[in-house]
Design a protein around this ligand. Sequence first.
Ligand code: MG
Length: 286
Amino acid sequence: MNVSTTRILLGLALLFASLQDSSLNAEGTSTPAPAKPAPTPYEHTAPTNPALPPPDADIWKQTWHDMKRPMPPVSTPLPEEELAARSKAPSNAIVLFDGKDLSAWQPSNWIVKDGYMEVATNSAYLVSKQPFGSMKLHLEWLSPEPKPGQDGQKRNNSGVFPMGLYEIQVLDTYNNTNTYADGIAGSIYGQYPPISNPIRPPGHWQYYDITFHHPKFDAKGNLTRAAHVTLDFNGVRVQDNVTIIGPTSGAARRAYVAHPEALPLQLQYHHDPVRFRNIWAVPIED
Ligand code: MG
């Protein structure tokens, strides 16, 4: 086995390990901070890589899942009628869910009814058939009314994973502050809380408009461009072209591992009956 073959096999093994990790790790619990695993140091020589934020950037000063990190202020969502009017798929969009079936997704037992899909019990992540790199992505999600005591990260958790690796959190964080700011709805999970929290109460549709740019790696697998993302949440910009510092994870911050420039989109199975509708993507060539 020559050196390049060994590198390729190693890269595939690391990618597989990363995907397994993001699929299997629970995202924490609603229990207070002392029950959480201790924050794990970032595993990368990140601040020396010019593709990542500089050493003095705020992201490196923040502790992962810090319960003391301030919650962002509540903001006012746009009226739902206005959001609905601007959320129709454009003619060049790839429609991933139009309320009828899961034909754009790999086989799954997620439920389809009344124009929406719902996370099934005893299920798994929903994985698109088509791989995507950079893209604009629109989707709408709804959290049912929480059960008594359903709190923190357990209050109807799901997530949007561009490339299956970088989670934009879905969670009912309407009057739900018993969790960490970098894990509320609109956060880049474990990295960036949203600038503000424009969530509607449970039982209402929430609108996500995501612009995602995939990371790039050189032939040796070194990161040359970090992923970055902008998120409009109910019409309010809550992530403004933030630089993702590595794959998101329920266990710790992770360093980048080289991967292809397009991978399937995934929606998270986190045991809760979160609903989705009107999902479409417009790929970006970059
Ligand atoms: Mg989640």
